[in-house]
Design a protein around this ligand. Structure first.
Ligand SMILES: *Cc1c(COP(=O)(O)O)cnc(C)c1O
Length: 456
């Protein structure tokens, strides 16, 4: 390691003095102290005290192939030595950029053959937002501008991303959403389904889209956007009736269907893309995270032929792009990542082996007094906690229960994320069955601990 041990011993103080963290109350964080992660290997990370953690969250939903893969470092180094940067603005490209666009297209459905690159998932959402409007304008329908999104959805942290997201605490800071973005309900049966059966609730929530389009006028609506499975919102797997109904409505009302694949893409759900699990076909699909397994920042928008043919043949200049759109080193790392996913058959592994195994392991927690239900698709799972299982009564202090479980797990060497009263699981796709067992065992102890605390 090139950072001196003197500097490392001082890092906590330096961090408190100089580093502002995302989504953090800095006063509280500085008082508690940051955890400094130094090294990763497989499904484990190590902090500067030499403590080892099983990473049940793959960094931030992204380290799909696990830590420490030298092939990626070598691919990035080769590209860096060859050509560290060149732009894609003025009639140029680089070999890995173009090859990556082709490779991504080869894993998307037959209707998706083009990719626009960005540096992140947020930028990907900003990109399609503009693309959708350009598409409709090119077709002579410039009034089709509004975007319908969902409460408790997550689409990033730029102004457009945060506006399309449905996080109230984000909207409150900065007078969001911006004009032209409105929200409908989420398919969260456990928390909001009331007395309806899940299937009926799924249809009811999907039909909020139809009502909203009718209210705004289909002539004013460009697109509907949703994550296949809400990630940051709590790994909320919608009832089976939901997605087919959404797809039907988008088609009937002639609005674009945008599926945010930033988490669900690249094997997380046991398919290459989450929409494939639900059997729907998006017109546009933002991607990032698992595209490079987080080794370098890169995102993009997958563009269907419906939109792509109009953009290419009729729209003229698309006045949009980023300095790092198609960055060659990031693209080389992503290409190597996709090669590993293909060669090691990680998508199949999630679908046939560790995905079903995780589902079973999560179900084994359902006999816990505090577990209301568990949900998972592939290696994306959630444990819903409840105060009273029989009546689906949730805790008054939802934040607290999640934090208690999360912190207890952390003390016992497992990183999980809590969203309110749901514990979220998103381990690397290379996780073993025995590591899943360990993850569930530590989670159970965390649940026991929180159950005692919540009883007072
Ligand atoms: C993380 C995420 C984003 C934002 O990606 P960034 O790379 O953080 O900008 C967008 N959409 C979804 C569904 C995400 O989970």
């Amino acid at each position: 390691m090139s950072i001196s041990s003197a500097a490392v011993s001082n890092l906590g103080a330096l961090d408190a003095a100089h580093h502002l963290h995302p989504f953090s109350d800095m006063k509280k964080l500085n008082a508690a102290g940051t955890r400094i992660i130094e090294r990763g290997e497989g499904c484990h990370i190590f902090d500067t005290h030499g403590r080892r953690y099983l990473d049940g969250f793959a960094g931030l939903w992204c380290v799909n192939i696990g830590y420490g893969r030298k092939e990626i470092a070598e691919a990035a180094m080769r590209q860096m030595n060859e050509l560290p940067y060149y732009n894609t603005f003025f009639g140029t490209t680089t070999p890995p950029t173009t090859l990556l666009a082709q490779k991504i297209s080869s894993h998307a459905g037959p209707n998706i053959n083009r990719v626009f690159f960005t540096g992140s998932g947020s930028e990907a959402n900003d990109t399609w937002f503009r693309m959708a409007r350009v598409y409709w304008a090119a077709l002579g329908k410039p009034s089709k501008k509004m975007v319908i999104a969902r409460r408790n959805g997550y689409h990033g942290s730029t102004v457009v991303g945060a506006s399309m997201g449905g996080m109230k605490y984000m909207h409150e800071q900065g007078a969001l959403p911006i004009e032209g973005i409105v929200h409908i309900g989420q398919p969260y049966w456990y928390g909001e389904g009331g007395d309806l059966a899940p299937a009926d609730f799924g249809l009811k929530i999907a039909r909020e889209l139809e009502a909203k389009i009718d209210e705004l006028g289909a002539d004013n609506v460009a697109a509907f956007v949703a994550e296949p499975i809400q990630g940051a919102g709590g790994v909320i797997v919608p009832p089976e009736t939901y997605w087919p109904e959404i797809a039907r409505i988008c088609k009937a009302k002639d609005i674009l269907l945008v599926v945010d694949e930033v988490i669900c893409g690249f094997g997380r759900t046991g398919r290459w893309f989450g929409h494939q699990h639900f059997g729907v076909e998006p017109d546009l699909a933002p991607i990032a995270k698992g595209l490079s397994s987080g080794y370098l920042p890169i995102g993009g928008v997958m563009v269907s032929d419906r939109v792509g043919d109009v953009l290419v043949n009729e729209a003229g200049d698309f006045n949009h792009g980023f300095t790092y759109s198609g960055h060659p080193v990031c693209a080389a790392a992503a290409l190597e990542n996709l090669r590993i996913i293909e060669e090691e058959k990680l998508v199949e592994r999630v679908h046939d082996d560790v995905g079903p195994y995780l589902a079973e392991a999560l179900r084994s927690l359902e006999n816990h007094p505090m577990v209301g239900e568990t949900q998972s698709v592939g290696l994306m799972g959630a444990v819903q906690m409840a105060e009273d299982k029989a009546s689906r009564k949730r805790f008054e202090d939802r934040e607290r229960v999640g934090i208690e479980v999360r912190n207890h797990c952390l003390e016992n060497g497992l990183v999980l994320r809590a969203t309110g009263d749901r514990m979220l699981f998103s381990p690397p796709l290379v996780i073993s069955r025995s590591e899943i067992d360990e993850m569930i065992e530590i989670t159970r102890k965390g649940l026991d601990h929180a159950w005692r605390v919540m009883q007072g």
